[in-house]
Design a protein around this ligand. Structure first.
Ligand SMILES: *[C@@H]1O[C@H](CO)[C@@H](O)[C@H](O)[C@H]1NC(C)=O
Length: 142
């Protein structure tokens, strides 16, 4: 009797997990959300060292390098409709645009939460990879 109950619970759990899996957004949507979280911050126009310290410290390790784009998402999505160029991995779904950014580079060997960053705010050419229909940014290339 107890075993049967346990099995029913396990079955229910399995079905729940399968259900969650089915309603998850598609791979491209996940990548898009990840891109937004990791690389887009329209709330500021440029960051300093403290900005990088604070925005990067939620990671499990201190990421070596990260770029934040300080533009509205609409502006970034419009870069996806420019001419295709080659990405670093050889694929042809990259696009270039000039945007306001903060490049955060790690200084020395540090561990969270003491990630020590050097910030460089500038307006520069960035290259992003886009996917989907409509095209959305899914990867920061360079
Ligand atoms: C960034 O974090 C490091 C490590 O905690 C610290 O030494 C450094 O002073 C911080 N930089 C700023 C500008 O607060």
């Amino acid at each position: 009797m107890a075993l049967q109950k346990t099995l029913s619970w396990l079955l229910l759990l399995l079905l729940t997990l399968l259900g969650l899996r089915l309603v998850q957004p598609s791979y491209g949507q996940n990548m898009y959300q990840r891109f937004l979280g990791q690389h887009v911050d329209p709330t500021v126009t440029g960051g300093n060292n403290l900005y990088c310290n604070n925005t990067m410290k939620t990671q499990f390790s201190c990421k070596r390098f990260n770029t934040f784009i300080h533009e509205n998402i609409g502006t970034i999505i419009s870069i996806c409709s420019t001419t295709n160029i080659q990405c670093k991995n050889g694929k042809m779904n990259c696009h270039a645009g000039v945007v306001k950014v903060t490049d955060c580079a790690i200084m020395g060997r540090t561990l969270p939460p003491k990630c020590n960053y050097q910030a460089k705010a500038s307006t520069r050419r960035v290259v992003i990879a886009c996917e989907g229909n409509p095209l959305v940014p899914v990867h920061f290339d360079r």
